[in-house]
Design a protein around this ligand. Sequence first.
Ligand SMILES: Nc1ncnc2c1ncn2[C@@H]1O[C@H](COP(=O)(O)OP(=O)(O)O)[C@@H](O)[C@H]1O
Ligand SMILES: [Mg+2]
Length: 246
Amino acid sequence: MSKNKTKISIDTKELVKDFTLPGGEIVNVLTGVEMKIKKGEFIAIMGPSGSGKSTLLNILSTLESITEGEVFVAGIDLSETSYKENLDIRRTKTSVVFQNFALIPYLTAIENVKLPMKLRKIPELEAEKRAISYLESVGLYARLDHLPEELSGGEQQRVAIARALAHDPAIIYADEPTGNLDTNSGSEIIELFKKLTTKEKITIIMVTHDTECAKEADKIFILQKGKIVQEHTLATSKKSKKEGKK
Ligand SMILES: Nc1ncnc2c1ncn2[C@@H]1O[C@H](COP(=O)(O)OP(=O)(O)O)[C@@H](O)[C@H]1O
Ligand SMILES: [Mg+2]
């Protein structure tokens, strides 16, 4: 195994994010975030409401600009990218999974998954083939032609993950992906994330309030007042398991 091929997936230094309110008041939301995340790691971010978790994901996914500091995502310096380059990063390197699934209600499961590939001008036949295989990999082969409203919450989130895979992403950002799900469906999503990080080497960064979900990650970062104040590497993470096997 080429162990030295471990690549850094995300690297931030002194990341600061301020918002200016309409009245001119400046709100300091991120106050110096430092983090290094390796390729294929499964990271959970926890922290009180309002601590800046969603803002951090929005910056990493290029939806929000950086006020100060450095952010590298998949080797790209986000302070130097144009609007068009950001769009390209969002279509070909990263994907986002939301708490409310954000599926298009009038499109079937397979059509939802095909959509990002259509935007990338992937030929219909190939998009169809790939959509089927992504839906199969999330256990939804029997639900290809169902509309979102005909699926359970857990199934809808798995369609959203299949759609995320259609970007062929190096990184998936998930903002409270199990927040609207019961415990069982939530665990299925976490198992899927573990499989994607271990087998496909996708990096997953998940914001969660659920300690049980967070414990399944490789590391937990605690965000407080716009800074990462603690980082826990979990003993049960796949890396320690792998090393134990050798
Ligand atoms: N576009 C914005 N303009 C002004 N303030 C914002 C904006 N987005 C977020 N905030 C503020 O930033 C803080 C952190 O928000 P957020 O990142 O959503 O926190 P979390 O996801 O941890 O609950 C909150 O106080 C929120 O009101
Ligand atoms: Mg949030």
